[in-house]
Design a protein around this ligand. Structure first.
Ligand code: IPE
Ligand code: IPE
Ligand code: MG
Length: 247
């Protein structure tokens, strides 16, 4: 845990979690309440992602992982899927343009092979070019499912066993974790779900084993840095025991 942020305020005394994960939920309801199409909610939500990512960077969070599109979200209408993919493309183009200014390392969790070749290429380029930035990393979960991620890791491990480079008896949690999309990245400390739903929806199933949860009724397009601060304050008031006993 870092004790203060970088740019936001050198006087920040409250600790910030090292890794925050967010289920960016509630875009559709936000739009519906305003009599707008669901796609307008996604557009507003992607703007909020930009603000929250910058804010996290500025207060000294090291990793931000956001759930943008799940393995189950393909069940939605083609119109909605196309709109979400369009917003993603727009975001990646912008990220490439403003990379020197934003200095955010971008990574992607999920099976990107189901995305359009153009999006795959954009994601690969963004990842490659932003690798040099240190200090803050945003992981965007796209066509991501926690179960899918675990099955993929199991497949990789099985392949290693067949090839003779691994043995089942020697497998450790750490080794298995390294085969996940998040390999090498510390587990999330805080998982935030806006929009009031009390479920995990297939997000970071392995990694969130000891994450602190924070749920708010605020819909993602209405989420602000002040809301994030509330979540961080709640996190700071928790007693994390990891199965042990505090003296
Ligand atoms: C989250 O908002 C964005 C995605 C799942 C892509 P929703 O679209 O799920 O919004 P609600 O839950 O219908 O309000
Ligand atoms: C989770 O939200 C996925 C994303 C935010 C990308 P959903 O809206 O898909 O989850 P459910 O259907 O309410 O569980
Ligand atoms: Mg939803």
């Amino acid at each position: 845990m870092k004790l203060f942020g970088t740019n936001e305020t050198a006087a920040r005394q409250r600790p910030v979690p090292q890794h925050i994960a967010i289920i960016m939920d509630g875009n559709g309801r936000w739009a519906k309440r305003r009599g707008l199409p669901r796609t307008a909610g996604h557009a507003a939500g992607s703007e909020v992602f930009r603000q929250i990512a910058t804010y996290c960077r500025d207060i000294g969070v090291a990793y931000l992982t956001v759930y943008a599109f799940s393995t189950e979200n393909w069940k939605r209408s083609q119109e909605e899927i196309t709109a979400i993919m369009g917003l993603l493309k727009q975001y990646l183009f912008e990220a490439l343009e403003k990379m020197e200014r934003d200095r955010i390392r971008l990574e992607f969790f999920g099976d990107l092979s189901r995305l359009s070749p153009e999006l795959q290429e954009l994601a690969a380029r963004t990842r490659e070019i932003s690798r040099k930035y240190e200090g803050f990393q945003a992981n965007i979960c796209l066509n991501y499912g926690g179960r899918d991620e675990i099955v993929r890791a199991a497949r990789t491990f099985a392949r290693q066993c067949v090839e003779g480079t691994a043995t089942p008896e020697a497998l450790t949690e750490e080794q298995f974790g390294s085969l996940l999309f998040s390999g090498g990245i510390p587990d999330p400390d805080l998982v935030i779900r806006p929009s009031g739903e009390l479920r995990i929806s297939n997000f970071l199933l392995w990694q969130s084993a000891y994450a602190e949860y924070y749920v708010t009724d605020v819909l993602w397009p209405d989420f602000t840095p002040a809301e994030l601060e509330k979540a961080i304050a709640a996190f700071n008031s928790r007693d994390r025991r990891f199965g042990g006993v505090k003296p």
